[in-house]
Design a binder for this molecule. Structure first.
Ligand code: URA
Length: 461
């Protein structure tokens, strides 16, 4: 293969044949194409884009660069959810056991966080003994036996993506819709799914900052997923505000378990009266564990998958089924089953869960005046957590799982002067103090109640 001539063709905006794409993905993965040439190809793709057929060929070639999970035939559909990532986005944790209880098989292959965006595997690593790196045979066996697994990609799955992503990171070619589409879907297709729901986030803390860009990415992924035989839908959700009330690895596990325990409010906040009834009269705040946005998103993802796989005939019926299942407490038991299957020490986990905090220092940020929370800036929250040690600046950085922010006040809530706006969990008091100073800019309090910003903006199918 003359790879130089393929680079030149793409540089001139020509369409590459499927076979040519397959060949260069195979040769690059095998190490016979040097990084500098592949980086040039990626830059050509970045500027020229890829036609639909080229993106399909690239995705399938990447999927086939390694092992594809092969599950035995079974009545239970294989499903998964992928999120483009955000602050406090812990949906995967409660969703996997919920889906397993709804009669799905869920081979949830997840990733680590980088920069301000958290990663599901990092959250799970905060659980004593929990193993996130499993061989393919164990992944398949666990999914067959208990219905769900959340783990990392094995070394032998989609190796082309690992190599290409590393090069994109180093060559300024990450923000390319065809390259993102191929990267995400090659990994999901290697799970041999029947249905997939994509949570494409937009906003100040999202990969895609505008709704228009998120829509473009979602449409490309939905079209490709469906073309490759996986029933695929996307939801566009707001990531200007953190999801839930906690962000930071262990704190997010805690919030997820609270949701599975149904210690959170179930019903959406539908009226001011309902809100007032729930308010803690001393602090003026809603009970700290109430996080309707997280619950709503978990139920929505489950409901879409129920409809996509024909298990429910309407979204309303699917939503009720998912909510009843969550309320039954079975997903909470399934969570424990998953933890045990993946090596967690359940006693140590429960003891850790019972603690108010596991970081060395906890400091509260208090409201300087009474009013309505009109902003809680997810980007600032994410940056503060990263700098507390909860996120990675480089792939090699180690993480402090215990730090983060919880009890966050949410936009639309009323707070009285000196009520808690959030708590900072830090490794020492200097870091806590610095975080509090920066977080003051994250929260805005206004005299007028702000209009409600919907979490879910659009469904793409
Ligand atoms: N996540 C991925 O897995 N790949 C990308 O290219 C971007 C986000």
């Amino acid at each position: 293969m003359n790879f130089l001539s393929l680079i030149e063709s793409k540089r001139e905006g020509k369409i590459l044949a499927g076979g040519e794409i397959q060949n260069f993905v195979r040769e690059f993965t095998a190490g016979t194409i040097p990084d500098y040439q592949m980086a040039a190809m990626l830059m050509a793709i970045y500027f020229r884009g890829l036609a639909t057929a080229e993106t399909t060929a690239l995705t399938l070639a990447m999927r086939d660069s390694g092992d594809v999970l092969k599950f035995p035939k079974d009545q239970r559909p294989l499903v998964d959810k992928h999120s483009t990532g955000g602050i406090g986005d812990k949906v995967s944790l409660p969703l996997a056991p919920l889906l397993a209880c709804l009669g799905f098989r869920v081979p949830m292959i997840s990733g680590r966080g980088l920069g301000i965006t958290g990663g599901t595997l990092d959250k799970l690593d905060s659980i004593p003994g929990f193993q996130t790196l499993l061989p393919a045979e164990k992944i398949i066996a666990q999914v067959q036996k208990i219905g769900c697994v959340i783990c990392g990609q094995t070394d032998r799955m989609v190796p082309a993506d690992k190599k290409i992503y590393g090069l994109r990171d180093a060559s300024g070619t990450v923000p390319s819709i065809p390259l993102i589409t191929a990267s995400i879907l090659s990994k999901k297709l290697a799970e041999s799914l029947d249905a997939l729901v994509l949570d494409v986030k937009f906003g100040c803390a999202a990969f895609m900052q505008t709704k228009a860009d998120a829509r473009k990415l979602a449409k490309a992924m939905v079209a490709l997923g469906n073309e490759c035989g996986v029933n695929t839908r996307a939801i566009l959700t707001d990531m200007n505000t953190p999801l839930g009330r906690a962000a930071g690895n262990w704190l997010e596990v805690k919030e997820s378990v609270a949701l599975l325990d149904r210690r959170t409010g179930v019903a959406p906040v539908s009226s001011l009266k309902a809100e007032l009834q729930n308010r803690n009269m001393e602090t003026g705040r809603m009970p700290v564990l109430r996080c309707d946005d997280l619950c709503a998103l978990v139920l929505d993802c489950a409901a879409h998958l129920l409809v996509q796989t024909g298990k429910s005939t309407s979204f309303a019926a699917a939503h009720k089924l998912a909510k009843d299942c969550l309320n039954s407490g079975e997903p909470r038991k399934k969570w424990d089953e998953m933890l045990v299957a993946q090596g967690a020490d359940l006693n140590a986990f429960n003891q850790k869960l019972a603690l108010d905090h596991t970081a060395v220092v906890v400091v509260e940020l208090r409201a300087e005046k009474s009013g309505y929370v009109s902003k809680c800036d997810a980007r600032i929250v994410g940056e503060v957590i990263r700098d507390l040690g909860g996120g990675r600046l480089t792939k090699e950085s180690s993480i402090n799982y215990e730090v983060g922010i919880d009890q966050m006040a949410k936009p639309g809530e009323r707070v009285e002067k000196s009520a808690t706006l959030c708590r900072v969990h830090a490794a020492d008091s200097n870091q806590a103090k610095a975080a509090i100073a920066r977080l003051k800019a994250a929260f805005e309090i206004s005299a007028k109640r702000p209009g409600k910003i919907p979490l879910l903006a659009e469904i793409i199918q």
